[in-house]
Design a protein around this ligand. Structure first.
Ligand SMILES: [Zn+2]
Length: 259
C-alpha cells in the first residue's frame, strides 16, 4: 500500500478526534492520495485502516506526473471546479462553505461553480470528518465537510486546496530547513502523517502561515509539541482563518493563472 497511498493533512489541532487513515485506492489516476481528518465511512472503492484519534494533518504542494490531477483550464483563463452541495446542509453551512470557496477564488483564477453536466466535480457532503482527495481524480469525488465539526470557512478552504492538489505545508520536501519534527512526541500510530512528500514547491518560500500547515501540537502523544518552527520556535503555525497570500500565490503558480 505504502507507495500507492499517502495520507494527508490535518486541520484543527484540537477540534475533534480524527483518524488519518491510509487508504487503498482504486484510482483512475496517479494521484492517489487521500486525506482523512476524522474517522469516516469508506466511500465506495476505498478501504481504510482505521486510525484512532487525531486532529490535524496535512501537506503542501503537489507533485503530479503530467499534471494529471489538475483541474483543466478553460480557454477564458479560468479554472472551473464544479461542485454539488449536499441538500443536508442548511443555509449557514452553505454560506460557510461558499465563503471558503470565495477565499480561494477571489485571489486566483479558480472558480467554483455549481455542477450542471460536468463529468468531473466535487461532491461536497457532510460525511464523518473533514477530508478530501488530492487534486482532481476524475468523475465524482467526495469532499467531506461534516457539520457542525468542519463548519469554518478556513477548514473548507483547506480541503479545497487539497482538492486543487496541495499537500500539507510541513510535508514539503524542504521542510527540514524550516521546522523540526519532534518525533518522540508524536503518537506512534500517527508518525506516517509526518513523512515528507516529493513535492513541487513551485519556487515559493516555505509558508508558516499557510492554511495547509499543521498546528504545533498535531498528533501529540502527551501534549508536547510535534512541530517546532526554526530558527524562531515561536513563529505561529496551524492557522485556519483562511488561505495565506502565499497559498493564493501558489495556486496561481500551479494553475498558471494570468497566463
Ligand atoms: Zn489537510
Amino acid at each position: 500500500m505504502a507507495s500507492r497511498v499517502v495520507l494527508l493533512g490535518v486541520l484543527f489541532g484540537v477540534l475533534i478526534p480524527v483518524d488519518m487513515v491510509p487508504v487503498k485506492v482504486s484510482a483512475k489516476r496517479k494521484c492517489i492520495y487521500i486525506q482523512l481528518h476524522l474517522r469516516l465511512r469508506a466511500p465506495r472503492g476505498l478501504s481504510f485502516r482505521e486510525g484512532d484519534i487525531a486532529y490535524s494533518y496535512v501537506r503542501s504542494a503537489i507533485n503530479c506526473p503530467g499534471n494529471a490531477c489538475l483541474w483543466p483550464k478553460s480557454i477564458d483563463g479560468f479554472v472551473y471546479v464544479p461542485y454539488l452541495l449536499s441538500p443536508v446542509y442548511d443555509d449557514m453551512d452553505r454560506i460557510t462553505i461558499e465563503t471558503g470557496m470565495q477565499e480561494i477564488s477571489s485571489g486566483t483564477c479558480i472558480k467554483f461553480i455549481p455542477r450542471t453536466h460536468e463529468a468531473s466535480f466535487l461532491d461536497i457532503q457532510p460525511r464523518y470528518g473533514c477530508w478530501s482527495f488530492l487534486g482532481q481524480t476524475g468523475g465524482s469525488q467526495t469532499l467531506s465537510l461534516q457539520t457542525p465539526g468542519c463548519m469554518w470557512s478556513g477548514i473548507a478552504a483547506h480541503e479545497f486546496m487539497h482538492a486543487l492538489g496541495f499537500v500539507h505545508e510541513q510535508s514539503r520536501s524542504d521542510r527540514d530547513h524550516y521546522v523540526t519534527i519532534v518525533w518522540k512526541n508524536i503518537l506512534p500510530e500517527q508518525i506516517h502523517n509526518f513523512r515528507k512528500q516529493a513535492t513541487n514547491n513551485l519556487n515559493s518560500p516555505y509558508d508558516y502561515s499557510s492554511v495547509m500547515h499543521y498546528g504545533r501540537y498535531a498528533f501529540s502523544e502527551d501534549g508536547g509539541p510535534t512541530i517546532i518552527p526554526k530558527p524562531d520556535p515561536y513563529i505561529p503555525i496551524g492557522q485556519r482563518d483562511g488561505p495565506s497570500a502565499l497559498d493564493l500565490h501558489k495556486i496561481n503558480v500551479l494553475y498558471s493563472c494570468g497566463m
